[in-house]
Design a protein around this ligand. Structure first.
Ligand code: NAD
Length: 292
């Protein structure tokens, strides 16, 4: 029997690559339900699959912020079960906190946090009844340490960590493994899709000059990090496969292969000040800015 996998956010990026990889598995180990909010964006996925794997891939509409849409997708699963649930859908938000509207902040929390939780909720009773399952969540280093101008995004991803860790403690008793795949920068549409205040936007006109100048430095830093250090989705997919294929998967996987040194500072210096200084130097000091 094939392993039934459901993935959220498959119209681009990590979700798309993972869906393609699993659906093209030479041994046809997986039946993939690739879900996306907007089905008019399915061409990219279909192009990557090239019509070859019709028996291993189905595309379903699912907006993780819409409970009815999640339940409708669940009802369309022919096998009537999901063995591996991948909560991947997510959006970013960048800019000075004082310009973010409540609506935009709610939207980020709706997708990243409540969307993830709501998706898990919908599949949890059946997984518990099956007595086995895997829940994989695309995590972010922004869920492990704070990043300036990313307060709401980081809050959403930190919250996902808390929800998953709490669940993992319980679900151990149901033979359900929860794993977070912690990604640093990845080459995807994430930067295009995220909501970002641009320098010169009218929304920034009342922001103080010091914040704007630090924001400019941050954007430069961010650009160079994505240019020099971003991983490709294939690298991320390998880590997902490790977790999926492991008989006893870890709770956290770091796609870079190690705990980022700045994240480690939080553990070695729990009062938090070392991390704050080091990250501030890393992003804002002119010397550090030259580093890739
Ligand atoms: P991406 O923008 O290409 O993919 C995100 C996908 O989520 C898109 O297909 C988008 O349509 C979908 N999505 C957004 N709102 C949705 C909703 N309401 N319902 C269903 N789908 C929705 O970017 P990506 O990098 O592939 O992002 C995937 C995940 O990886 C996200 O959770 C993101 O936070 C995380 N991540 C990305 C990076 C990075 O640098 N790219 C780093 C760390 C973590």
């Amino acid at each position: 029997d094939k392993k039934v996998v459901l993935i959220t956010g498959c119209s681009s990026g990590i979700g798309l690559s993972l869906a393609v990889r699993l659906a093209s598995d030479p041994k046809k180990t997986y039946k993939v339900y690739a879900t996306m909010r907007n089905l008019t964006k399915k061409e990219r996925l279909l192009d990557c699959i090239k019509g070859l794997h019709q028996d291993t891939l189905d595309i379903l509409q699912m907006d993780v912020t819409d409970r009815t849409s999640i339940l409708n997708a669940r009802d369309k699963i022919v096998e009537k079960r999901v063995d591996i649930l991948v909560c991947n859908a997510g959006v970013g938000l960048m800019g000075p906190l004082e310009v973010q509207s409540m609506d935009v902040m709610r939207q980020i929390l709706d997708v990243n946090l409540l969307g993830t939780i709501q998706t898990i909720q919908a599949f949890l009773p059946d997984m518990k009844a099956q007595g086995e399952g895997r829940i994989l969540v695309t995590g972010s280093t922004g869920g492990l340490h704070g990043l300036p101008f990313n307060e709401v995004y980081c809050a959403s991803k930190f919250a996902v960590e808390g929800a998953c860790e709490s669940l993992a403690v319980l679900l151990k008793h149901f033979n359900i493994h929860v794993s977070l795949i912690e990604c640093g920068p990845v080459n995807t549409d994430f930067l295009i899709n995220l909501q970002k205040a641009e320098l010169g936007d009218t929304s920034l006109q009342n922001v103080d000059p010091q914040t704007l100048s630090l924001y400019e430095k941050f954007l430069q830093h961010c650009g160079s990090v994505f240019q020099n250090a971003a991983q490709d989705t294939e690298d991320i997919v390998k880590v997902f496969l490790d977790a999926i294929q492991s008989p006893s998967p870890a709770f956290r996987y770091f796609t870079s292969g190690f705990v980022p040194p700045l994240t480690e500072l939080k553990l070695t210096h729990p009062d938090g000040l070392q991390y704050i200084s080091a990250m501030s130097d890393h992003i804002f000091s002119d010397n550090e800015q030259q580093r890739p």
